[in-house]
Design a protein around this ligand. Sequence first.
Ligand code: BMA
Length: 829
Amino acid sequence: MRSVLLAQGWQLRQRNLDQPLEQEFAKDAGWIATSIPASAHEALIAADRLQDPFIGLNEEGAQWIGECDWLYRCRFELAEELLDAGSIALCCDGLDTIATAWLNGIQIFTSDNMFVPVRTEVRELLQPGANELRILFESAVRIGHQREQIHGEMAVWNGEASRVYVRKAQYHYGWDWGPTLMTLGPWRAVRLEVSDARIVEVECPAIVAPDLQQAIVAVQVQIEDMGDTLIPLGAQHAAHRLIVLMALHGPDGQLVAATSVVVEENSAAHTFLIEAPELWWPNGYGAQPRYTLEVVLERGQERLDQRSYKLGMRRLALIQEPLTNQPGTTFLFQINNTPIFCGGANWIPADSFTSRITPAHYRSLVEQAAHANMVMLRVWGGGIYEDDAFYEACDDLGLLVWQDFMFACGLYPATEWFQQSVRAEAEAQVRRLRHHPSLTIWCGNNEDYQLANSLGRYDITSAPDASSSFPARVIYEELLPAVCAALDPTRPYRRGSPYDGIDANSSIEGDRHAWDVWNWGIAPYQDYPRFVGRFVSEFGMAALPDMATIESFASPEERHPGSRTIEYHNKATDGVRRIASYMADNLRPVADLDGYIYASQFIQAEALASAYRGWRRHWGGPGGYACAGALVWQINDCWPVTSWAIIDYWLRPKAAYYVVRRELATFAIGMARHADGMLAWVVNGSTVEVLALFELRTWTLMGELVGVERAELLLPANQAIELGQYGLGGGGELVCDARLLVDGSVVARASLWPEPFKYLHLPDPMILMDIDGSETIRLRTVRPAKGVLLSAGDGVEWSDNMLDLMPEDEQVITAQGLADRPIAIRWLT
Ligand code: BMA
């Protein structure tokens, strides 16, 4: 099979609706050159016809684009000999969204779901020499409104309501962290596939035996053979037979086994058996070895097509069983029979313009997640089924993927045409992604049950019904599970996130979105521990991005707290007021932008620490895994904005990033005030029992030591244990400083401060910073210091940051890439 990429030679222009379409396409003037994939917005920006919508208030000036229809055309030359092939198919891997296409004047398809690739046979329509492909993209806004008029307005949280009628990334309609940018155009590749016979599909589930001693890879190959029509009847001898060669190589490149199978009825199958497989593990639990499956289609000696897959051998289970010490049931992922605490984050598309997210960008973000000791990323349902590069990075780095189907915060229709489109979408995406070892769970939607519940429209005792007031239950409870059961039976499927059946956001069953802090009730973040769930799949606290990121979109006179531009780049409901309210509760007022950024990032860091500490405490071991995961909302941004992201659009980590990394490290310490003392606990996330030394010191704010305790602990494997209550002798404003040492090295630190911080009289801590060589930094202090943040501009990777420093406890940090740049340091004053 040969693939001819149609990436160049494209043009686009706005359609004048008053003129006949044919005439509009035939016009010579007014076309803008573009390459594919790219949205119309990107082409217009490149042609200087649109100001970058990420800068200032420019988003507003980009709204007309989505309200218009657009014409795309591509002129390409084809060599005559290509037309001898059995088949030439036009493949559009993703069209955004309402598209009609013509090849050399003949209509070849219509498409209205950006998640369904289109493949159309076009050999008969092609000619040697010049050819022209035309695509009309109609306004998704207009078509959505037309559908809404016919079928009725549906309820939504976020975005504009007609979005539920259009199978387009829902965040394009605007979200509480993203701009409204109604992109359009070919958002993935457009290709011609030239073949006589081709591999249509390879199904290759890797199944590991319960004792982990064997694995099988059951390969099924589907073939399409156009060439056989060219062979005279009766001449189908051996030389014309299609053969599939399959070879499996181990992680070290050595051949495990190989076979060749004669294609019969357009398919070929073979099951590989692997003894003592090298297992694939999540980040932090072991390595990520991959086996390579090569599939080659041949006729005679001629190689017609080939595919290659990197497979991971891992045994996956989602355990929902009664807890012995608490009400309800677990929501626990096991990989290779090992219970995994799924610390991690929610993932949104990394750009409003998805086609410009490079594999390197995906890789950097997934690497940042892995460096933050994350184990799981949840691909949230209001975005896109991500590019292969994302899943490959997750496979490589051991990030488990929770994959939502693309429905979010809405009541979706379930008419026949809509269901058909969703079925095609789900089948295409499940087929594309199912071989990835990182893929862990399919999930029907984001918060649609919660929304229905809030409107009194979800009744678990009734059966799903497309004509009910919550029609899409037929999609989440019948259609999607049927597609998953048929195409990917080895993975669990959940109806929604959150979901448990009855109240859709239970704290004792299923997963839970803990928006008690920030969104509902604006509860103090210090209360996070109370909002625990069996698996917290969302929680978060918003903060401003890095100063350099603000400089990328705000002009110098707009760089102050409360500026129109900075507030415009904060899309959350009451976003500015909520940040202000958490600041007012906890910190002294600040007026300068630097201080304001620091304060908001300080609060985000404290909030996420409070959540992770409070919840990992419930990683209680066999029978007691009462909280088995916590995914922060959100890891990334799609544009430069104040949001819940812990890494901003330009990949600059916020202070909370480092705190999350520490809280998700193998070892962690937790402390909470209790009566006139405090309670402490320790998490051992390793899979072995560990002998450790726990040290607790108590300091006055002036740096006087008022108490020391030490205890040797035998930490059971892979669970948290309670250390009990400690008195806080001395009264007054004291800071507890805890360390955990294994073999003499500090493996975890934590501190507990009197709060609110705004009431404290914090003296100068007298921090000493020494730089050894060019990248090693030694930090010491005379008095306790809170929230010590180092910065030195882009390109520096801090091994740790946003530290609490205590007297007599030097912390050594590496700053990769620092060279001889100056370091700015600040702390809570
Ligand atoms: C969640 C998400 C998003 C939203 C976020 C912050 O529940 O599912 O819809 O962006 O909250 O409000």
